[in-house]
Ligand binder design. Sequence first.
Ligand code: SAM
Length: 243
Amino acid sequence: MRYYILTLFPEMVLSALTTSIIGKAAQKGIIGIETVNIRDFTKDRHQKVDDYPYGGGAGMVMQAQPIYDAYRSVAEQIGRRPRTVYLTPQGRTFTQAAAKELAQQEELLFLCGHYEGVDERVLEEIVTDYVSIGDYVLTGGELAAMVMVDAISRMVPGVLTNEESAFMESFEGNLLEYPQYSRPVEWNGKRVPDVLLSGDHKKVEDWRREQSILRTREFRPDLLRKAKLTIREKAVYGVNDRG
Ligand code: SAM
């Protein structure tokens, strides 16, 4: 997987994506992260990349030409038009399922907007996916791109050392993950549940499944409606098609 991130603030993106698990995966060459500074492609002699919106209104709009030329430099480098995500509050909300699907690509290009957004004409020309990371407005697309690169990379084989850990996590089968505990057995007067110390794998598995269902019912009843539960589980936890 190779990511190309078109941005006005490459240092912001790189600072987050060169550390920890994602940074290690990049060092090992399992993923590649390349930032493309949109400003490097402006033909304006003052290095401008934005201008006032036609029709008036507050703020500035990122102009089409530098973005299009930055995009073309990537397309020429890889020899095809890449799948191109424009980060926007107007897009489809990003989910774990979308992360898995995007992780199948060989390369992904992210376009980070800023100011009031981007000239519509270049979006029409290059964007394949309009994606939002949630119903709120950020100052720029960089944080959103970082969120997406992090979540997608975890789905790329070899990025997580123990692939089981992605397999069992929240949202798998539309359930949230069970609670986790580590040493010591007792902390602040609270003990780790006895079942986790029993050494009985079947009991541990049953307890975790139960906790996952209870948690999902409490925090995300909307997810539970979509979860694959047995007829017995539905009866025990009082889940019907209406939740
Ligand atoms: N005027 C735009 C609108 O109302 O749709 C919002 C522009 S926002 C201030 C600047 C940039 O931040 C956007 O172009 C987009 O790239 C990014 N952005 C803001 N909120 C986002 C979100 N929830 N998800 C993804 N990107 C977002």
